[in-house]
Design a binder for this molecule. Structure first.
Ligand code: JFZ
Length: 427
């Protein structure tokens, strides 16, 4: 691998400025796994054969699919970009690809899902990203590996002898070429994922050699020079455009060689990514809002996932989760867009976001009457709540002291916000 050449493949910061500014995106995991509705890994988890899984293909008919409704809800929730699974690990393509028959147009639904999706979200002003699975549990040249549904097939090793991962890598390039050619501008390519360390007997996991990651990235750059590419291609020498921590908020800003990376955490509403009917681990409105704040407070983005149903709808819990963001973002969007980690460190139970000289203090716990924030002494020009613009009285520690609403003395160096005792909102 030519490291010098690889460096030229990393997007310069100015091409990622929109992404860093916008902060909040919608992830959509949709595919045949919406039918079993018990996790998008169901084929692997339950070691289902292609014949078992064919049921879902034969009954795929999302008759209520209305991407304009999804797009309106996403925009209202404050999301500025969307990333859709064009193909997940099951190998099913949501568009009318020429590379395989395993595609939406051959199901009872019979029509392309991708172009209407892209058009609907663009119409609402969102940028477009495609998730594309490197893993493909349906393709006949995808060798059986330690997470493949047929990993325990007695002839797995023998079956692999007839498979040629090089042919699969070529198919992937064709699929990616279609995605970057037939749907207008694509702002993000989200590849998923590599696992060279996984082993089971003679079966080994897959990495950059299997995907032919370098030519794949070069192809994306050639077709879409401004597209953000994520970091799951196992290309150790390439500085990725973004890193993608999954289902946690990093404890520190992710770095590489001492340099801060552009990053995006992805999270689920309920635990699994695909629609899961019986999952009862849905996050509360407060948790959802705190995930967004927590990401921006650590200098990153949030890509929040929804798994639409087999009929093409968002179920009531997903709608409620989006509404929670809608309600909050309408009043607090200023503390998210264009904001990043603050130069100050946060008081206990708080998160800080900052946009130039504007500091946003997010209180994760309530009630407080006083919030002590020593580092701000002498620095506050004016303080207000975001939800209603009402003044927050604050106490200057010395000299011309303004003792407003306070019953408690504060230390000489401390700055305290005196806050209403009734909770106004999360921020
Ligand atoms: C992957 C997918 O398998 C999953 O279905 C979903 O699409 C998510 C966004 O991405 O999940 C991963 C990827 C990598 C690891 C774990 C889960 N990993 O490296 O441990």
């Amino acid at each position: 691998m030519n490291v010098q050449n690889l460096q030229a493949l990393t997007l310069p910061d100015e091409k990622k400025a929109w992404f860093v500014h916008d902060r909040f995106g919608l992830f959509v995991h949709w595919g045949l796994y919406a039918l079993p509705a018990r996790h998008e890994w169901v084929k692997s988890r339950e070691e289902l054969s292609d014949a078992d899984y064919q049921n879902y293909f034969d009954h795929f008919d999302p008759d209520l699919y209305d991407p304009r409704d999804w797009a309106r809800r996403a925009r209202a929730a404050g999301m500025k970009y969307v990333v859709l699974t064009s193909k997940h690990h099951e190998g099913f393509c949501l568009w009318d690809t020429k590379t395989t028959d395993y595609k939406v147009t051959n199901t009872p639904y019979g029509r392309d899902l991708l172009l209407p999706f892209v058009e609907a979200f663009r119409a609402e002003g969102l940028k477009i990203g495609f998730y594309y699975s490197l893993i493909d549990w349906h393709h006949p040249d995808f060798t059986i590996d330690p997470r493949h549904p047929q990993r325990n097939h007695p002839d797995a090793v023998k079956i692999n002898e007839a498979r040629d991962i090089r042919r699969y890598a070529a198919v992937m390039r064709e699929q990616v070429r279609e995605l970057l050619t037939d749907f207008g501008r694509v702002d993000v390519m989200w590849f998923d994922f590599s696992y060279p360390q996984w082993k089971q007997g003679d079966l080994v996991g897959k990495g950059h050699k299997d995907w032919e990651s370098e030519p794949l990235v070069r192809l994306v750059r050639e077709l879409a020079p401004d597209t953000i590419i994520n970091n799951r291609l196992d290309l150790a020498d390439l500085v990725p455009d973004i890193v993608t921590p999954e289902q946690y908020v990093p404890r520190a800003w992710p770095e590489r060689d001492g340099k801060r990376m552009t990053w995006e955490a992805c999270h689920t509403f309920s635990g699994s990514w695909g629609y899961h009917r019986d999952e009862d681990s849905w996050k509360s409105p407060e948790q959802l809002v705190q995930l967004l704040i927590g990401s921006v407070a650590m200098g990153g983005n949030l890509l929040m996932n929804v798994g639409p149903t087999a009929r093409g709808t968002l179920d009531h819990r997903a709608k409620a989760a989006l509404s929670a963001y809608e309600e909050w973002i309408a009043l607090h969007g200023r503390s998210i867009y264009g904001c990043t980690q603050s130069e100050f460190s946060a008081p206990i139970d708080c998160r800080l976001t900052q946009n130039g000289s504007r500091l946003y203090i997010h209180l994760f716990n309530w009630p407080f009457r006083h919030l002590h924030f020593d580092a701000l002494a002498g620095k506050i020009e004016y303080a207000q709540f975001l939800h209603d613009g009402s003044e927050v009285a604050w106490l200057k520690p010395s000299g011309n002291t303004l003792w407003k609403n306070s019953q408690f003395p504060v230390g000489e160096d401390a700055v305290s916000f005196v806050l209403p005792v009734r909770r106004p909102s999360v921020t």
